[in-house]
Design a protein around this ligand. Structure first.
Ligand SMILES: C[S@@+](CC[C@H](N)C(=O)[O-])C[C@H]1O[C@@H](n2cnc3c(N)ncnc32)[C@H](O)[C@@H]1O
Length: 332
């Protein structure tokens, strides 16, 4: 793809020596600082030379950006369609014109799936209209969700808050979730959104928080609540656990010291932990979490000023009953 002229006369796609990073909303500064030298910034889209770099503050990474000169709206749609079927539109500029291009592309289902489910499997590219006559498009991206935004069918009643969406997103990306009867520690559990979600999976959950659980959650099957600091639950005195799930509000270093002990003990091999920040003072801890081999540190679409660290040791095999790509197919 070296930008050769097409039969229509307009130049074809040209592969760029760039990676494009879509910043999580409101975290553009963090992403730019994390990437170091960047080539250009267009809205939330940050372009940087060379292959993929660590980018915890990106919600999606465009792995193979193509520069596609386009002669018209129809030409843009035709060129994108000729590369692949499924495209997510990333609004950057020329919004009206871009919307007209998107209308000519095959429909990609936006129907939220029901958790538990794996993310959609069909390849999903991303594209943006950078200039009137210039498309930037990447057929492959890191997120299976359009612009990295995960949606799920939300129950009308049941959970005490919407924090469970963060846990669902993490578990879907991890590709496994607690199976019935698995032992989970829900650290910083109150008022109980995560506990509610874990109980629905049939897990056996020890909730530890100084604050009380919502009574409706405390009554659920498989829930035990301890009013204490989560950090008092140490591997030396504990039975092995299948999962540690932490949403504790604390300094990232404190969380790391505790997690590191659990990792070293080998008594738990699956983790989902929210790493929370106030200001930029504790960003140093990001390196510690990100350095754990095989783990992921990401900004989920349901995260606020926080990142989610996920780790599932491969030696134990899939945990979740039988994960199936239950998410809706791309085509409608
Ligand atoms: C964001 S809330 C958790 C929300 C919860 N995941 C849910 O789904 O409802 C953070 C919680 O951390 C708890 N917390 C703060 N320090 C703690 C500690 N040392 N041990 C346990 N819980 C702590 C707070 O009491 C608060 O309930």
């Amino acid at each position: 793809m070296a930008g050769k002229a097409e039969p229509s006369g307009s130049p074809g796609p040209e592969r760029l020596d760039l990676t494009a990073y879509l910043a999580a909303e409101g975290f553009e500064r963090q992403l730019i600082a994390e990437l170091g030298d960047v080539e250009a910034v267009r809205g939330r889209l940050v372009l940087a030379r060379g292959p993929r770099r660590r980018a915890c503050w990106a919600q999606n990474v465009w792995l193979a950006p193509l520069r596609i000169p386009v002669g018209s709206i129809q030409d843009a749609a035709r060129k994108l369609r000729s590369i692949q079927r499924n495209w997510a539109f990333c609004p950057v500029a020329h919004h009206r014109r871009a919307a007209l291009v998107q209308e000519l592309l095959p429909h990609v289902s936006a129907k939220p799936p029901q958790f538990p489910c794996l993310p959609p499997e069909a390849p999903l590219g991303s594209w943006a209209l950078l200039e009137r006559d210039l498309v930037l498009a990447s057929p492959s991206c890191t997120s299976p969700f359009p612009n990295g935004v995960a949606t799920f069918v939300e129950p009308r009643s049941g959970p005490p808050n919407r924090a469970y969406l963060k846990l669902w997103e993490a578990l879907a990306l991890l590709g496994c979730w607690p199976a019935p009867g698995e032992r989970c520690l829900d650290a910083g559990s109150s008022p109980g959104g995560w506990a509610w979600a874990l109980s629905r999976l049939g897990a056996s959950v020890l909730c530890v928080d100084r604050a009380p659980l919502a009574p409706s959650v405390a009554r659920l099957r498989g829930i035990e609540h301890r009013r204490a600091s989560a950090f008092s639950v140490q591997p030396r005195e504990s039975e092995p656990l299948d999962w540690i799930l932490s949403d504790v509000v604390c300094y990232p270093e404190r969380l790391w010291t505790w997690v590191e002990r659990w990792l070293a003990s080998g008594k738990c091999s699956r983790f989902v932990c929210t790493v929370k920040f106030q200001g930029t003072a504790h960003y140093g801890a990001i390196d510690r979490f990100a350095a754990v081999p095989g783990s992921r540190l990401v900004h989920l679409s349901h995260n606020k000023h926080e990142l989610t660290w996920m780790f599932a040791a491969s030696s134990r095999g899939p945990s979740s009953g039988s994960p199936s790509p239950a998410a809706s197919p791309r085509a409608s």
